[in-house]
Design a protein around this ligand. Structure first.
Ligand code: NAD
Length: 488
C-alpha cells in the first residue's frame, strides 16, 4: 500500500470539531515523518489554543444537548459500530500505524485489533454502569447515582496511538462524557483515520473532537482549559507534573500514566524458558517504547550465569529493521528519541555497566531511519542510572538478588511502580511477592506489557496515578451523586 495509504486519509490536514473537518486557525501544519526511512509522508494540522477553545465549546454543547440524553444502549450501539468499522478497515489501519510509528506490521495489526476491542468492551459496558441503594435511617431512601463528568480532555503519547485512542475514549464515552482529544505530534495518523470512522459510526456532532497540535500549544491549552471537567494524560513524568498543576488550578481531577522501570523477578525454581520468552518480548515489544516494558530483569544469584547465557543466546537471534520486514523490532519513533536512547546507553557504558550482548547492526538498514541496536547490560550495579531510570528503548538491565526479601526490596527500589512479574514454581512465594509489589499490576509466571483491555492498569509513585482499562476506568470518568429521599 505504501504512501497511498497515508494519502487515503481524506482529512489528514484538518482538525475535527463539532462533527466537521476544518483547518487549524492560522493554517499551520506539522510534518509527519516515517521512522523506518526518515521520509516525510504527509502533514497534519497544528491546532492552536483557539481551536481547543472551539472544541471544548462543541463538546459542552454535545454533552448537554445530546450525549447525556441518549439511552446508554444506543451509546453502546454507536461504539460497537465504530469497533466493527475499525475491524473492517484493519488492513489499511495496520499499514497506517506501521508507517507512522515504525512498528513491525504484525505488532501494528495487534494494536488495531486492540483498538477495536476497547470499543467493543466499552460498548457492552454502557448500559451496565449503575449506582446503588444505601441502607440508611428508617423513613429514608438513599440512592447513589453514577454520572458522567461532562467534558473530558485526553492528551496522548506517540507510542501506541491506535490502542490509546480506544483505551482513553472508550471508557470516557461509555460513561457519557463528550471528549476533546489532543493526539501526539509524532504519530497520530491512525487516530485521524479512526476519527473519520467515528463520524461514519454516527456519533452526534461534538461528542468526539480531535485537535492535533504541539504539546506546548494545543496540549497545554487543553489541560489548562477552564471548560473541561477532567484530564487524562499519558506521557513523560515531567509533562505529567505540568498537567497536574494545570488541573489543580481548575480544581479538576486527572489520571497520569507516566511510564516505568518494570521488573521481572526470576527465582531459582522458575521455568526459565517460559520466563526468557517474556523477558525478551517484554523489552523488545514496540522497540522498548512501552510504558510497561520490562526493562529490569532480577535473577536469583544461584542461576545468574545459566540465565544470562540463555538470554544472550536468545538476543543473538534478534533482528531489527524496516517495519515491512516484520522483525522483532522496528526503528525508534524519531531522531530525538534515538538520540535520547543513545545518550542514556552511552552514559551507562561510561558508568561501567557491563554489556552482555548487543544485537549486531544489519547491513540492509534503510538510510535515514531511526534505528537503534537492542542491548543487554548485566549484571549492573543496582544503584546505577541504568538500573533505575526509564530509557524507553530496547535496553535491558539484568541484576541479581540474594533471597526473597532482597528481590522485593530491589523490585520496589526505583521511583517508578507500574507493573511487575514474578517467576517461580512455589505458589506461596508467588503470592507473597505479588502482594509486596508497589505497583498497579503483577503477573505471576507470565508478563502482559500493555495487554488486557479488561484488566485495570496504572501506576504508583513516578508512574502516575489513576486507573485505565477494565470497568475501573469508568469510575475515573464518572462521579457518584448521593440522593436522599425522606418518605412517609
Ligand atoms: P511528552 O510527555 O512530551 O508528550 C506526550 C504528550 O504530551 C504529547 O501529546 C505531547 O504533545 C503532550 N505535551 C507535551 N508537552 C505538553 C505540555 N506542556 N502540556 C500539555 N501537553 C503536552 O513525551 P515525549 O517527548 O513524546 O517523550 C519523552 C519521554 O516521555 C520518552 O522518552 C519516554 O520516556 C516518555 N514517554 C512515556 C510514555 C508512556 O507511555 N508513559 C509515552 C511517550 C513518552
Amino acid at each position: 500500500m505504501g504512501k497511498a495509504a497515508i494519502q487515503h486519509i481524506p482529512h489528514l490536514h484538518d482538525l475535527y470539531i463539532a462533527g466537521r473537518w476544518q483547518p487549524a486557525t492560522g493554517g499551520q501544519q506539522i510534518q509527519m515523518i516515517e521512522p523506518s526511512t526518515g521520509e516525510v509522508i504527509g502533514t497534519i494540522a497544528c491546532g492552536t489554543a483557539g481551536d481547543i477553545d472551539r472544541a471544548v465549546i462543541a463538546a459542552r454543547n454535545a454533552f448537554e444537548k445530546t450525549w447525556r440524553l441518549i439511552a446508554p444502549a444506543e451509546r453502546g450501539r454507536m461504539m460497537a459500530r465504530l469497533a466493527a468499522l475499525i475491524l473492517q478497515n484493519e488492513d489499511e489501519l495496520t499499514d497506517i500505524e506501521a508507517r507512522d510509528t515504525g512498528k513491525p506490521l504484525s505488532q501494528a495489526r495487534r494494536d488495531i485489533k486492540a483498538a477495536a476491542r476497547y470499543f467493543e468492551f466499552y460498548a457492552g459496558a454502557c448500559d451496565k454502569i449503575h449506582g446503588e441503594i444505601i441502607p440508611y435511617e428508617p423513613g429514608y431512601l438513599a440512592m447513589v447515582l453514577r454520572e458522567p463528568l461532562g467534558v473530558t480532555g485526553h492528551i496522548l503519547p506517540w507510542n501506541y496511538p491506535a490502542q490509546q485512542f480506544g483505551r482513553t475514549l472508550g471508557p470516557a464515552l461509555a460513561a457519557g462524557n463528550a471528549v476533546v482529544l489532543k493526539p501526539a505530534e509524532d504519530a497520530c495518523l491512525s487516530i485521524l483515520r479512526m476519527t473519520e470512522l467515528s463520524h461514519e459510526a454516527g456519533f452526534p456532532a461534538g461528542v468526539i473532537n480531535v485537535v492535533p497540535g504541539r504539546g506546548n500549544g494545543a496540549g497545554s491549552a487543553l489541560a489548562g482549559h477552564a471548560g473541561i471537567d477532567f484530564i487524562s494524560f499519558t506521557g513523560s513524568p515531567e509533562v505529567g507534573t505540568k498537567i497536574q498543576e494545570l488541573a489543580a488550578a481548575n480544581h479538576i481531577g486527572c489520571t497520569l500514566e507516566l511510564g516505568g522501570k518494570s521488573p521481572q523477578i526470576i527465582f531459582e525454581d522458575a521455568d526459565l524458558d517460559a520466563a526468557l520468552d517474556c523477558v525478551v518480548s517484554g523489552i523488545l515489544q514496540n522497540t522498548g517504547q512501552t510504558c510497561s516494558a520490562s526493562s529490569r530483569t532480577l535473577v536469583h544469584e544461584s542461576i545468574l550465569d545459566e540465565f544470562t547465557d540463555k538470554l544472550t543466546a536468545r538476543f543473538a537471534k534478534v533482528s531489527y529493521g524496516h517495519h515491512e520486514r516484520d522483525l522483532q523490532c522496528g526503528p525508534l519513533i524519531s531522531a530525538k528519541q534515538r538520540d535520547r536512547v543513545t545518550s542514556l546507553t552511552q552514559a551507562a557504558i561510561e558508568d561501567g555497566a557491563p554489556v552482555l550482548f548487543r544485537v549486531p547492526e544489519p547491513d540492509d538498514l534503510p538510510e535515514g531511519g531511526f534505528y537503534f541496536a537492542p542491548i543487554v547490560f548485566g549484571p549492573v550495579n543496582r544503584n546505577s542510572n541504568i538500573a533505575r531510570d526509564e530509557v524507553f528503548g530496547p535496553v535491558l538491565a539484568v541484576m541479581s538478588f540474594k533471597d526473597e526479601a532482597d528481590a522485593i526490596a530491589l523490585a520496589n527500589g526505583t521511583d517508578y511502580g507500574l507493573i511487575a512479574a514474578v517467576w517461580s514454581k512455589d505458589s506461596d512465594r508467588l503470592i507473597r511477592v505479588a502482594r509486596e509489589m508497589r505497583c498497579g499490576q503483577v503477573f505471576m509466571n507470565n508478563y502482559g506489557a500493555g495487554g488486557g483491555v479488561e484488566l485495570p492498569f496504572g501506576g504508583v509513585k513516578r508512574s502516575g496515578h489513576g486507573r485505565e482499562k477494565g470497568m475501573e476506568a469508568i469510575n475515573e470518568f464518572s462521579a457518584v451523586k448521593t440522593i436522599v429521599h425522606k418518605h412517609g
